[in-house]
Design a protein around this ligand. Structure first.
Ligand code: FAD
Length: 459
């Protein structure tokens, strides 16, 4: 006999977990099926472990520069075993918290691999046992996995993905990172602080190519100061593993030695072919096709998060989860403009942006005004000895509204949600008092310069 639920969510990453929680809170009997660990990529192999490593790495760098602030620390070195234990403990602790949340919200957690066998029917397999479920609505939140390069396949030892890079048995002497996007740049910052000689090879002309070039310029300069070498406009062709360290061959004939080769060239949606076939799901390449309501082509089946490839961000997945859960429980909601979901990179310094970038506005022929704020002109970042930061605000002159904010600097990611609230009308900006001295005054400087005389006009 199949167990019956109003909603069955497949995948308990940030997207699936949020969707299941919201459905349960709205009174639907809800099951969430997970084949590995609750928290998905984000908690177990993504956001949280990477930020844990970066936090230790940043503290190490601060300790090494403590003398600049009058504090003498004779030596600061990483204890890798402790760093790894802390990473594991943090993940386990958050997982426990999620178990508690599921219980408190009366969500049914089912362990196992779920396959949709027909509309409304799901088969879960775990340790040779099979459990059949029936669902009024199905939410697919099965996430993604690292893209493998055919020319240098993963071997888990020398050629690795971010998953292995987060839990290496020891700090490697050298690492070549293929890909200068978010994950590549974050891992480069962590490992260079721990003492690894890091080289990034990026096929495009600059690091973080999705952001404005001024952002990439600052980041490239700061990464160089940290000792990271960035080779841009070049491709990795092969890895010769017969030597130790391995020899990484680039398309210009250059060979770079590296103990580890981390391939961080993006993520690919992960969805079982059986589910796709059984539902006759309409796909867009490897991605499940959805509309603004997160509906697939199959009535009653929704999809969200990395498996639909809209943002590849945990908070993008949870934003979609809110909409999918609302719709799966009888409401009628649509996704907001995806550009309003903040983008964050936890490098040293951090990068964050929301809305339209300067260059995208220019490419679209928009008439814009730019306002800039600088960390070096504000008391708090100067006191903190973190002066390498710059915020830019973009105003669309045709509507006199802020349409984008891009930020580089220490803790810039913490301002991303706040920056989002400033997009739109002039009115809220006028009413905000930015506390002094705080780094947020850099945002005030940028926004006020972008709005200029508009702030002086009558409301
Ligand atoms: P996932 O988190 O991938 O979860 C999907 C879940 O579904 C998995 O647990 C999987 O086991 C399960 N599953 C799959 N198939 C089945 C099945 N058939 N049956 C049962 N269960 C199944 N994003 C940020 O916003 N901020 C960051 O700082 C950040 N850092 C990152 C760092 C790294 C190294 C990586 C790799 C990613 C990072 N991300 C970050 C991206 C973020 O992790 C993902 O965007 C997010 O996890 C996507 O959530 P999701 O719910 O769609 O999928």
């Amino acid at each position: 006999m199949a167990e019956r639920f109003d909603v069955v969510v497949i995948g308990a990453g940030p997207g699936g977990f949020r969707a299941a929680r919201r459905c349960a809170q709205r009174g639907a009997s809800t099951a969430v099926v997970e084949k590995e660990y609750v928290g998905g990529t984000c908690l177990n192999w993504g956001c949280i472990p990477s930020k844990t490593l970066l936090a230790s790495a940043h503290l190490l760098l601060r300790a090494r520069h403590a003398s600049d602030m009058g504090i003498e620390i004779p030596s600061a070195t990483p204890n890798w075993a402790k760093i790894q234990q802390r990473r594991e403990a943090i993940i386990t602790g958050i997982r426990k918290g999620m178990q508690g949340t599921m219980k408190a919200n009366k969500m049914t957690h089912i362990e196992g691999r779920a396959v949709v066998t027909a509309p409304g029917r799901i088969r879960v397999q775990s340790n040779g046992q099979t459990r059949d479920l029936e669902a009024g609505k199905i939410i697919l939140a099965t996430g993604s996995e690292s893209i493998e390069l055919r020319s240098i396949p993963f071997d888990g030892q020398t050629v690795i993905s971010s998953k292995e890079a987060l839990s290496l048995p020891q700090i490697p002497r050298s690492m070549l990172i293929v890909g200068g996007g978010v994950i590549g740049c974050e891992m480069a910052c962590a490992y260079t602080a721990f003492g690894t000689k890091v080289t990034i090879v990026e096929a495009l002309e600059r690091l973080l190519p999705m952001e404005d070039s001024w952002v990439s310029r600052i980041l490239e300069r700061e990464l160089k100061t940290l000792g990271i070498e960035a080779v841009t406009g070049r491709k990795v062709m092969s890895v010769d593993k017969n030597t130790s360290p391995a020899k990484v061959n680039l398309d210009n004939g250059q060979a770079i030695e590296a103990e580890k080769v981390l391939v961080a060239v993006g993520r690919r949606a992960a969805i079982d072919k059986e589910t796709v076939d059984a539902l006759k799901l309409e796909m867009n390449g490897p991605l499940i096709k959805i509309n603004r309501k997160l509906e697939t082509n199959v009535p009653g089946v929704y999809a969200l998060g990395d498996v639909v490839g809209t943002t590849y961000l945990a908070h993008g997945a949870t934003a979609e989860a809110e909409v999918a859960a609302a719709n799966a429980t009888g409401n009628n909601e649509e996704m907001q403009d995806y550009a309003l979901i903040p983008r964050v990179v936890f490098t040293f310094p951090e990068v964050a942006s929301v809305g339209k970038t300067e260059e995208k506005c220019q490419a679209a022929g928009m008439d814009i005004a730019i306002g800039k704020g600088f960390y070096r002109a504000n008391g708090r970042p100067i006191a903190e000895n973190e002066t390498n930061g710059q915020f830019h605000a973009v105003r669309d002159k045709s509507i006199n509204e802020l349409v984008g904010i891009s930020m580089v600097g220490h803790m810039a990611t913490e301002f991303a949600a706040f920056a989002r609230t400033l997009l739109g009308t002039v009115e809220p900006v006028r009413r905000i008092t930015f506390p002094h001295p705080t780094t947020s005054e850099t945002l005030e400087d940028a926004v006020h310069e972008a709005l200029g005389e508009l702030l002086l006009e009558e409301c």
